[in-house]
Design a protein around this ligand. Structure first.
Ligand code: ATP
Ligand code: MG
Length: 424
């Protein structure tokens, strides 16, 4: 029996009509990374499960319940990557990228987390991220954040606010952790189940809880700001100052901790109120201990990961997508097809995007196809046009006007007209 097998829940097909938006976003991401001097790194989507366990942390949602893990035929436990920082660090250590060198790296690709699918939250999703290895900050922290700001600017996305916090030095973090632990012990009764479990091993993560009762307790919890040593405080102030001078105006959010264990010092999120519950478009921070913990030399590091689905959705909400991927010309030959072929290749030589009508049919049907194609113009060639070396150029959008244009001038005319169109 023939059965229709559907896609895996939470994993999306990207169809024509959507993919054009993705291409444009991806092009901007690549270009911005390039302009800031970052270089691309591509790592496998599969890694040993142990890598994520040790890097992201055993007590995190990701490792506890969201990873796709399986044993391969050789009995090795492998996982689909839920994020790419751990892989980037692994690859950097493995290939000596951090030996006496600083590195600015970026990546882009699919990540996998078995979360409850909903708008803005999928089981296969895509991240673009940058990582800067070898600088202690806070100057490079500000740079990493400005890369995000430039991406919003280049994509024409507005209303994304920067939330900023610091987790302090490992020392301060440890003292803060003890204070939090004591505080939450006193309020155990109000904690949700997940938070209770975290109380022993990772009380900081309770700050991240979304349970309403726990949130009330969290709001009155001690603040990291009271535990910072002078150096961390000075760094944080320098970072805030630099960002403010760049016009970024960070919201200091002392409850911001991030869901991965490897963060130290600076943490941040770019947040919008236009995507409902899934409000974080980009998140990152400093993870000074991770390279060494993964067997490398001590290497300070900072980076972010951006959710491309949420970015594309945000652009749709704000109508920030352009339609420059539209077809320029639909070619209809009422005479020998070869005329259309020749004209088509000439127009493509001129950089235009052209489809030829295939499959014959009546003129009315062909014009219907032309319209459905979304092209801006139809170019029609009949007997008369062949005789005097011209074509009919019909505007399929706007006024629908039609004019006769000499074949020799067609490419220039179209280039001019499509350029006007884009400028509008
Ligand atoms: P959230 O709090 O929304 O679960 P997170 O803290 O788990 O996010 P990170 O692991 O820091 O997110 O990933 C960085 C970015 O990747 C997020 O800000 C978001 O834009 C995107 N992202 C994370 N998980 C998903 C998902 N399941 N589907 C789509 N995008 C995601
Ligand atoms: Mg998450």
């Amino acid at each position: 029996m023939n059965t229709k097998i559907q896609a895996v829940k939470g994993m999306n097909d990207l169809l024509p009509g959507q993919i054009e938006h993705w291409h444009r976003v991806e092009a901007v991401l690549r270009d911005v990374a390039w302009r800031y001097g970052y270089q691309e790194i591509r790592t496998p989507v599969l890694e040993k499960t142990e890598l994520f366990r040790q890097s992201i942390g055993d007590q995190t949602d990701i490792v506890e319940k969201e990873m796709y893990v399986f044993e391969d035929a050789g009995g090795v436990s492998l996982a689909l990557r839920p994020e790419a920082t751990a892989s980037t660090v692994r690859a950097g250590n493995e290939h000596g990228l951090f030996h006496n060198r600083q590195q600015r790296l970026w990546y882009m690709g699919p990540m996998f987390r078995r979360e409850r699918p909903q708008k803005g939250r999928y089981r296969q999703f895509h991240q673009f991220g940058i990582e800067a290895f070898g600088w202690p900050g806070p100057d490079v922290d500000a740079e990493v954040i400005r890369v995000g700001a430039r991406i919003w600017q280049e994509l024409g996305v507005g209303g994304v606010r920067l939330h900023l916090n610091t987790l302090g030095s490992p020392d301060a973090r440890a003292r803060y952790r003890d204070a939090l632990s004591a505080y939450f012990q006193d309020h155990r009764d109000a904690l949700d189940e997940d938070s209770l479990r975290r109380l022993e091993r990772n009380p900081l993560r309770i700050l991240d809880s979304k349970a309403p009762a726990t949130r009330e307790i969290v709001d009155k919890a001690p603040s990291i700001m009271d535990f910072l040593d002078p150096r961390a405080r000075a760094d944080f102030e320098a970072l805030c100052d630099s960002l403010t001078r760049s016009g970024l105006d960070p919201v200091i959010d002392i409850r911001l901790v991030r869901g991965l264990d490897y963060y130290t010092s600076t943490v941040f999120e770019w947040v919008t109120d236009q995507l409902g519950a899934q409000s974080a478009v980009c998140a990152g921070g400093r993870y000074d201990g991770l390279v060494e913990q993964r067997g490398g030399r001590p290497t300070p590091a900072v980076g972010f990961a951006m959710g491309i689905e949420r970015l594309v959705e945000l652009m749709a909400v704000q109508s920030a997508h352009d339609d420059s991927a539209r077809l320029d010309v639909y070619l209809v030959s009422l005479v020998e097809q070869q005329h259309a072929v020749t004209i088509g290749e000439t127009l493509r030589d001129a950089g235009l995007r052209v489809c030829e009508h295939c499959g014959g049919g009546k003129l009315a049907n062909r014009m219907k196809r032309a319209d459905q194609s979304g092209a801006r113009f139809a170019v029609i060639i009949g007997d008369e046009e062949v005789a005097d070396g011209s074509v009919q150029l019909k505007n399929l959008r706007g006024d629908g006007g039609q004019q006769r244009v000499a074949r020799t001038e067609l490419a220039d005319t179209l280039r001019r007209m499509t350029a006007d169109d884009t400028a509008r």
